[in-house]
Design a protein around this ligand. Structure first.
Ligand code: ZN
Length: 467
């Protein structure tokens, strides 16, 4: 189906992704990542706020500010953290560890500290990664008052005995927790939730990759006539999703499908972590999309560790929401280190992830039930010019189209969705939808999500219900 034909099919809203769109989004995602990389983000503070403000230049994001001390479910919004400067200086006056050279050097959420320390006293506040001795680790201390510096193990082991001056010029005071929300209204209040954690400082894969992909998806969907409503959340991990859930408990009942996005920029194959339910439509749709990738991805079962799916899938919410990643957290050596840098995430990887997610959202919109209007015996497709003819075209493609037509006619008894048929046939939802469109146009099937009784009224259909 071309996009022109698409415009004539009012029940289907997200068109196929064109190659030039992928390239255009790839360029803007890469640039956004470069712009955001230097900021010192945390679960609160100006780095987080500036990140959201930069996102506002792309999408009309609403920025929420929740005061410190606010109770959110079983948690309390912490004090806001900001950094002026932080360094360690040796007795020659040289800054040997400097926050301004890499924001990973400072233990995230370090409380203010100043003083002079011996090497052994200083070492109690130093963190390194002996298994990757050249890299700076990323460490946080959000809920335990502490200060510290992170450095390469090579540097740590080379530090001589000395009197070291420590300056941790941070502010930890009542302020706000910031998060961003973009709601795109569709035809139905039924909602798709896309959630991304944005609390990490200068690291590219975890999780600027997902941030830029989510923003690009939001931009791509803006202006489309959507069947579902879409809500994009950009928030600090754990406390951010807990805050949103706490403040939106009435809204939650409208969530039909959801995805947490994490670590989508590395070169690994895709991993989809299922919802706690394990059999939600999003679990099945994601599995179907992964199956048809050139390099098939894998689905793994839910576990109560990982990203914000832990909160969305806590038993009191139990939302139909999974987590899409490439290499899962902790399974790539660069995870939570200075090696998770801009070179680690390529534009091509971002484009692949963007295209996959776009396909998942499109499949959510496509999924519906059809009714075979000629169910007694197979209708004569050849007479209608519907049976693909063998010829110069790709024989495999012709075979897939034939099978898509036959599977649709057989299973479209009103009870089976496009997703059911994709699972039974092993065909992609895209292919089945193309075939279904042909059958509807030729009066052989009816789209039960549309009110018109036949294809004759196709142009004037209005949708009555969602399937
Ligand atoms: Zn992380």
């Amino acid at each position: 189906m071309t996009n022109n034909e698409w415009a004539e099919y009012p029940g289907q809203m997200i068109p196929k992704l064109e190659a030039e769109q992928v390239l255009e989004h790839g360029a803007s995602m890469r640039q956004l990542m470069i712009d955001l990389f230097p900021l010192c983000r945390s679960i609160t503070g100006n780095g987080l706020r500036s990140t959201l403000e930069i996102l506002q230049s792309l999408i009309p994001l609403q920025i929420h500010e929740v005061p410190s001390g606010t109770s959110v479910l079983d948690w309390v919004i912490p004090q806001e953290w900001n950094v002026n400067d932080a360094y360690v200086r040796n007795s020659q006056g040289e800054k040997i560890i400097d926050f301004k050279k890499s924001n990973l050097h400072l233990l995230n959420y370090s409380v203010p500290a100043r003083g002079f320390f011996s090497l052994s006293e200083l070492k109690e506040h130093l963190y390194s990664l002996p298994e990757s001795p050249a890299w700076i680790p990323y460490r946080t201390s959000y809920y335990t008052r502490n200060w510290g510096f992170c450095l390469s193990d090579d540097q740590l082991r080379s530090l001589p005995e000395d009197c070291y001056e420590v300056v941790v010029d941070t502010r930890l005071e009542d302020g706000h927790l910031s998060y961003g929300e973009y709601y795109l209204a569709g035809q139905s209040r039924d909602e798709v939730l896309i959630s991304t954690h944005i609390c990490h400082p200068s690291m590219a894969n975890d999780n600027l990759s997902s941030l830029v992909i989510s923003a690009s998806l939001a931009r791509a969907l803006t202006g489309m006539k959507l069947r579902y409503s879409y809500r994009f959340l950009f928030l600090p991990g754990t406390i951010g999703s807990i805050t949103w859930l706490s403040r939106n408990q009435k809204q939650i009942e409208w969530i039909r499908h959801g995805l947490v996005l994490a670590c989508l920029g590395d070169a690994g194959s895709f991993t989809y972590k299922k919802s706690r339910r394990g059999d939600a439509a999003i679990d099945r749709i994601a599995a179907s999309q992964l199956e048809h990738l050139p390099e098939a991805g894998k689905s793994v079962n839910f576990s109560p560790y990982g990203y914000d799916e832990r909160q969305y899938c806590s038993p009191g919410f139990n939302l139909p929401l999974g987590c899409l990643m490439r290499t899962p957290h902790g399974e790539f050596p660069e995870y939570h280190t200075s090696a998770d840098n801009l070179a680690f995430v390529t534009r091509e990887n971002l484009q692949q992830s963007f295209a996959l997610l776009y396909g998942v959202l499109r499949a959510i919109e496509l999924n519906r039930n059809y009714l075979n209007l000629n169910p007694k015996g197979e209708p004569q497709l050849g007479r209608r010019g519907l049976f693909p003819q063998d010829g110069t075209q790709d024989q495999e493609e012709i075979g897939r189209m034939k099978m898509a037509l036959l599977w649709l006619l057989n299973l479209s008894d009103g009870q089976h969705s496009l997703l059911d048929i994709a699972e039974r046939s092993g065909l992609s939802m895209d292919k089945l939808f193309d075939a279904a469109t042909l059958l509807v146009r030729n009066g052989l099937m009816r789209d039960l999500s549309c009110s018109a009784p036949s294809s004759l009224q196709f142009e004037h259909n209005t949708r009555e219900s969602l399937c």
